[in-house]
Design a protein. Structure first.
Length: 381
């Protein structure tokens, strides 16, 4: 299941190290191919808000399998893209339906013992983050050996194969609430959001943290493909391995949260998020500073994300899928804003501008974390 989470989520990040290869292959500018990064984030956010809530009415098992099949087929179509419009269109379809991992996480959390929930979420999130990290490395290696089209062809086939595995491995859930009408589900999400202030606060913590990290990742190719480094897609892809620390941070955070050490996880995550940009400022002069900055960012985002999901899903009931959908929608809207802000800052103010905007997102994360902490302490009195 952790592998499935990783492959589905990671498939959204193949394009980040490939924008130069795509531009050359399709005969377009790098700026035009880089739009696929923004499309991926917005499409994923759309899938989160539209498709995940269906898990409160229909069988999550069937939803997971259906999403994986459609995503896999769309990625195969991307592999045959020879024009920019088809790349955009099938990228949109593939990423909209690549949210199977975000249905799988609340599904598994609903059938496990509560005292083990954070650790299991941490395990699934480890697989998810590892998939995201290895996706960039895999894309860079395959593109260097063969062609970027093969990246999507192989990924699409793998996702369809995993859908078959999930068909046989996932448990058949208890009957869902069939009395819920479809529009009733979507309307209720506004009520849930309005009456769940902690859900919104934790969503803002996650969104700003993800915006900070995705800004660094969406500009990775610009930093590394230009002087003084001038790395190829292969070497840029290898930087995905840098984030392996995030996988360890995810499992560590899950165990700490199960031991009621949420504050430790929050403080350390916020601190690393700020250190990230202090180090990344020197990225164009020191590769070690760049690597260390990415390590801090990956670890921080892993800790904060596991903390958020644990706090939200811990108190969720029959609205589990809808609460998770609201959180993940806001979370990935933060990623979309972060990727757009990164592209805009790079072309207008260069790397210094990117660092200032990234640090601003990190400080916003601290603000929302402190705000939520105060409300939690006040409600505990």
């Amino acid at each position: 299941m952790a592998i499935t989470c990783g492959v589905c989520a990671g498939s959204n990040y193949y394009n980040q190290p490939l924008i130069y290869a795509m531009a050359k292959s399709l005969g377009v500018t790098v700026e035009q191919s880089a739009v696929t990064i923004v499309i991926s984030q917005f499409a994923y956010a759309l899938g989160l808000i539209v498709l995940i809530p269906l898990g409160d009415k229909y069988s999550k098992r069937k939803i997971i399998i259906s999403l994986m099949v459609i995503c896999g087929l769309a990625q195969i179509c991307i592999s045959f893209s020879q024009q920019l419009w088809s790349l955009y269109f099938f990228t949109f379809i593939a990423t909209t339906f690549s949210i199977a991992s975000q249905v799988l996480i609340p599904f598994i959390s609903s059938i496990v013992e509560s005292e083990k929930m954070s650790e299991i979420i941490g395990t699934l999130m480890s697989g998810l983050f590892l998939g995201i990290l290895l996706a960039r490395s895999y894309a860079g290696i395959i593109t260097t050996i063969a062609d970027w089209h093969l990246v999507y062809l192989s990924s699409g086939l793998l996702i369809i194969l995993l859908a078959v595995v999930m068909y046989f491995k996932l448990p058949v859930p208890a009957a869902s609430n069939q009395n819920l009408k479809l529009m009733q589900i979507y309307k209720s999400m506004f009520s849930i959001a309005m009456h769940s202030p902690q859900l919104i606060r934790r969503s803002c913590v996650g969104a700003t943290a993800f915006a900070s990290m995705i800004l660094a990742l969406s500009t990775m190719a610009f930093v590394l493909a230009n002087p003084p480094y001038a790395f190829s897609e292969l070497y840029i892809g290898f930087f995905g391995f840098v984030g392996a620390a995030g996988v360890f941070a995810t499992k560590w955070a899950g165990k700490q949260i199960d031991q009621a050490k949420e504050k430790l996880v929050a403080v350390l995550g916020c601190a690393l998020l700020i250190v990230q940009w202090l180090m990344l400022y020197f990225a164009q002069h020191s590769l070690m500073a760049y690597v260390f900055g990415l390590l801090c960012g990956y670890s921080a985002l892993s800790m904060i994300h596991v903390l958020n999901q644990s706090l939200i899903l811990r108190s969720a009931d029959e609205t589990r899928s809808r609460q998770h959908s609201i959180y993940m929608f806001i979370y990935f809207m933060g990623a979309a804003v972060g990727s757009m802000a990164g592209l805009y800052a790079w072309y207008h103010w260069g790397w210094t501008g990117c660092c200032i905007v990234g640090l601003a997102f990190s400080l916003m994360t601290v603000f929302f974390e402190v705000l939520d902490r105060k409300h939690m302490q006040a409600s505990a009195v």
